[in-house]
Ligand binder design. Structure first.
Ligand code: ADP
Ligand code: MG
Length: 399
């Protein structure tokens, strides 16, 4: 891919609009509980400053439904960013308007202005042209380093770069693209994909498009129960994504034809109550009895999955094996995290909850690449690009 990166650009004296992903978790007191996403874009910010740019940083935070609210303000991020960079970061109470425009005009080389949450304006998610034009008018150049949002055709992702000729990807996007391309193009085989968690419709739809390129698939979580149901096996009260069943059936048919390996769990951990004090027992088979809910993969499944993991040369994992937030139901997910970490394969883990599981298992440093975007990484594997990355390639299609 001909990705245009910031290393190939001059930034001296330029005002640069940088789309970052500062969508950090906040507690009740609006304190940042995890600053991983801020830390992740520091290399890009420091590089641009060193090159003599002034920066206009823009991000979304949460889902404010198109209206301003204190709960979703990026103000706490400005403070943390200033601490991390050890230099002042000024904050604008909005992302467009005359006041912001004035502040942007006054920026000097080395200055940083963080704009308020883009999603306080519904135009951001609607990819509104005039909104994009207003954002673009603040700057001379555009940089995208928000990988996790680059599968969305939003104003700050695909609209703004339309109005700025000088556009490039930051270091985070570059790193993610390199890691995922290693899986996308000619991976060392066998290629193993582990899919679990919820959001089964999206994941199963992508899996259908990818299935012919994958040697082995392991399933867990709601994704697994959706496949179990697609086989017409009993799932009890387990959570299933009904809308995904036709695609699940199609995937099963394709795997029979291609003779690639496709696994649903051999056994399950089931409960009569999804809570720490629920009864939890193992099934001895791949079905779930009436009245019970599947909440994790069982010991036979763990053994089988470990074996597949140990044979793989390339592994992509998105989505936990069970409701791992409840310690009693976390064994399968932790075992898979450890097995992936111990394998000699090239390993990529993507998705917020999957990353949390890797940290819980204490093996983050043994994963080849931890990908900041879950949905974005799967979509990248399917298409070998994303809407927000397409606009940054050296093949200019906008003229
Ligand atoms: P990621 O963030 O890694 O992409 P998802 O958000 O798709 O993963 O899925 C994670 C969520 O799936 C977790 O909150 C977990 O509790 C839930 N989950 C996993 N297994 C089950 C299950 N069997 N039933 C219900 N929820 C599940
Ligand atoms: Mg998640």
């Amino acid at each position: 891919m001909d990705l245009a990166t910031i290393e190939e650009r001059e930034y001296a004296g330029k005002k640069v609009f940088v789309r970052v992903d500062f969508n950090v978790p906040l507690d009740k007191n609006l304190a940042i509980t995890d600053d991983t996403r801020i830390v992740a874009v520091i290399p890009t910010i420091e590089y641009l400053l060193k090159k003599g740019a002034s920066l206009i940083l823009a991000s979304h935070l949460g889902r404010p439904q198109g209206a301003p609210s204190k709960e979703f303000s990026l103000k706490p991020v400005a403070l943390r960013l200033a601490e991390l960079l050890r230099r002042p970061v000024t904050f604008a109470d909005d992302c467009i308007g005359t006041e912001v425009k004035k502040r942007a005009e006054q920026l000097k080389s080395g200055d940083i202005l963080l704009l308020e949450n883009l999603r306080f304006h519904p135009e951001e998610e609607k990819n509104d042209k005039e909104f994009s034009r207003s954002l673009a008018s603040l700057a001379d150049a555009y940089v995208n380093d928000a990988f996790g949002t680059s599968h969305r055709a939003h104003a700050s992702i695909t609209g703004v770069p339309f109005f700025l000729i000088d556009k490039a990807a930051g270091f985070l996007i570059k790193k993610e693209v390199e890691a995922l391309s290693r899986i996308q193009n000619n991976p060392e085989r066998p290629l193993l994909v582990i899919v679990g968690g919820s959001k089964a419709s999206d994941k199963i739809a992508v899996l259908k498009k990818l299935i012919s390129k994958i040697d082995t698939v392991l399933t867990g979580g709601v994704v697994a129960y959706t496949f179990v149901k697609a086989k017409n096996w009993a799932v009890g009260n387990s959570k299933v994504d009904e809308a995904a069943i036709p695609n699940a059936k199609e995937i099963i048919r394709i795997t029979y034809k291609l003779h690639n390996e496709f696994h649903t769990p051999l056994d399950h951990l089931i409960t009569n109550k999804v809570a720490e004090d629920g009864d939890a027992i193992f099934t001895d088979r791949g079905t779930v009895p009436k009245g019970w809910t599947g909440v994790d993969i069982g010991p036979q499944a763990i053994e089988e999955y470990r074996d597949c993991i140990s044979r793989a040369k390339t592994i992509f994992w998105n989505g936990p094996m069970g409701i791992f937030e409840i310690p009693k139901f976390s064994k399968g997910t932790i075992a898979i995290a450890k097995a992936v970490a111990e394998s000699n394969a090239y390993t990529v883990v993507g998705g917020g909850d999957s990353i949390a599981a890797v940290h819980m298992a204490n093996v983050a440093d043994k994963i080849s690449h931890i990908c900041t975007g879950g949905g974005a990484s799967l979509e990248f594997l399917e298409k070998n690009s994303l809407p927000g990355i397409d606009v940054l390639t050296l093949k200019d299609t906008t003229s």
